[in-house]
Ligand binder design. Structure first.
Ligand code: NI
Length: 390
C-alpha cells in the first residue's frame, strides 16, 4: 500500500505545521489562531470541504469519496495546557505559561497529513467512502467533544466508524497499541464546600470550624479505595485542592476542596461517587457543618470493543507500524463520548525515539514527541479511513 504513505514533501509540510503550532499554543476554547491555520491548510487540499458548524474554535471538514462506501470520522484534538515549556527546542512555545505538553499539535498535524494522503487516494479513484475530519477543541478540559456534539456534529455527519489516536511517550516510535477493552479512565471531577460558622479563634466552643471538618472528610475519603473498591478494579480518588483560611485569630465560615475520581470501570466509578456523597454529608453532619458537592459532567471510559479492535488491527496492517501492548491509563479522554453515537476506536501511537535517554510523560514541562512518529500517525489515520472501504 505504498500509495498510502506520506511523500517526503508532504511529511515536511505537516512537520512545519506541527512546529509552528507548537510555537503558538492556545488554551481550551481559545484556539482561534490554530483554527485559522487548520482551515487554511484544509482549503489548500482540492477535495476537502469545510463543513459549517456553529462553534468558535475547532474545524470539521469532509473528503467525499467517489463511491457509496462507509463514512469514517477521524478525530484529532487541538488545544494546549497552562504550563511553561522547559525544552531547548528551536520550536519551543513562544507563549509563557502555555505549552503543547500533551502533543495535540502532533495529532492535528497527523490528521492534516492523512487529509493529504486521502486527497491523493480520492484523485486516483481509490476512496469509495466519505471521510469526516474532526479537529476538536478543548479536550484538555474534557468538554470539547460535548461542545461539538451539542453544536450539531452528528446532525451534520453520520459516520459508520470513528477513529482517534493519542501519542504515547512510553511506547517507541513505529509502534502502535491496539488494545481491546478499557484503555483510558472514566472520570468525574467535583468540588466540595464545607459550610461552618466562623468567629474568634479563641472561642472554638462558639464557632463551627469547617477546617477540622474538611480534614476529617479528606481522611475518610481515603477509605473508599481501600475499603469499598474491589481490589481488582483500578480506582483513584484524589483531593487536589484545599482552600480556606484566615489570619490566626479567626475561624472561617467556609472551606472548599476540589478533587477527581477515575476508574477503568463505570460501575466502580458509580460506587465511588455514591460513597463520596455519603461520607461527605455524614461527616459534615457529625462536625455540625453543612456540605455541598458540585459534580462536573462525567466522562466515560475509553473502551475499545472486540469488533472495533479487530478492524483497527486490520487498519494498522496497512501501515509500517508494529503492534505493541501497553497497560491501560487512568488518564481520561473525552473521545469516549463519541462512542454513544458511533462505533469508535482509540489508538496509542508510540512517540518516543529509540535513543531518547528517558521518557518525558504527557503534561510534563519537558514533554516532546519524536517527530519521526508523525508520518506513522498520519498513515494510521489514513489507513483507518481506507481499510473499512475495502
Ligand atoms: Ni492529550
Amino acid at each position: 500500500m505504498a500509495q498510502y504513505r506520506l511523500s517526503e514533501t508532504e511529511y515536511q509540510r505537516i512537520l512545519d505545521f506541527k512546529r509552528n503550532m507548537h510555537m503558538h499554543p492556545e488554551l481550551s476554547y481559545r484556539e482561534v489562531r490554530t483554527t485559522g491555520k487548520i482551515k487554511a491548510f484544509l482549503e489548500s487540499i482540492p477535495s476537502c470541504r469545510i463543513l459549517p458548524l456553529p462553534v468558535e474554535t475547532g474545524v470539521v471538514a469532509r473528503i467525499e469519496g467517489s463511491g457509496d462506501g462507509p463514512e469514517i470520522m477521524l478525530r484529532a484534538d487541538i488545544d494546549a495546557l497552562p504550563q511553561t515549556e522547559e525544552t531547548e527546542d528551536p520550536w519551543k512555545s513562544l507563549t509563557p505559561g502555555v505549552m503543547h505538553a500533551c502533543g495535540h499539535d502532533f495529532h492535528t498535524a497527523a490528521l492534516l497529513g492523512a487529509a493529504l494522503i486521502l486527497d491523493r487516494a480520492k484523485s486516483q479513484g481509490e476512496l469509495p467512502g466519505c471521510v469526516d475530519l474532526v479537529f476538536q477543541p478543548a479536550e484538555e478540559v474534557t468538554t470539547g467533544a460535548s461542545t461539538l456534539i451539542r453544536a450539531g456534529l452528528f446532525d451534520r455527519i453520520h459516520p459508520d466508524y470513528c477513529f482517534g489516536l493519542h501519542n504515547w511517550p512510553s511506547v517507541k516510535s513505529g509502534q502502535v497499541v491496539c488494545r481491546e477493552g478499557a484503555l483510558m479512565a472514566a472520570k468525574r471531577n467535583f468540588e466540595i464546600r464545607i459550610l461552618g460558622a466562623g468567629g474568634h479563634g479563641s472561642m472554638p466552643h462558639l464557632n463551627i470550624d469547617p477546617i477540622v471538618c474538611a480534614a476529617a472528610i479528606v481522611q475518610s475519603l481515603q477509605t473508599v479505595v481501600s475499603r469499598n473498591t474491589d481490589p481488582r478494579d483500578a480506582v483513584v480518588l484524589s483531593i487536589n485542592m484545599l482552600s480556606g483560611g484566615s489570619p490566626d485569630n479567626l475561624v472561617v465560615d467556609q472551606v472548599a476542596m476540589r478533587g477527581t475520581i477515575r476508574s477503568l470501570s463505570d460501575e466502580a466509578l458509580d460506587r465511588t461517587i455514591d460513597r463520596t456523597e455519603v461520607i461527605t454529608e455524614k461527616t459534615a453532619q457529625a462536625y455540625e457543618c453543612r456540605s455541598e458537592i458540585l459534580w462536573e459532567d462525567r466522562v466515560p471510559a475509553v473502551c475499545n470493543t472486540a469488533e472495533m479492535t479487530r478492524l483497527a488491527k486490520e487498519c494498522a496492517k496497512l501501515t509500517d507500524c508494529v503492534l505493541a501492548d501497553a497497560s491501560p491509563s487512568l488518564a481520561s479522554e473525552d473521545f469516549a463520548l463519541y462512542r454513544s453515537y458511533v462505533p469508535s476506536f482509540f489508538y496509542w501511537v508510540g512517540s518516543s525515539a529509540e535513543d531518547d535517554p528517558g521518557v518525558e510523560e504527557l503534561h510534563r514541562c519537558r514533554f516532546h514527541t519524536d517527530d519521526r512518529a508523525l508520518a506513522a500517525a498520519a498513515e494510521l489515520f489514513a489507513a483507518s479511513a481506507i481499510r473499512p472501504c475495502i
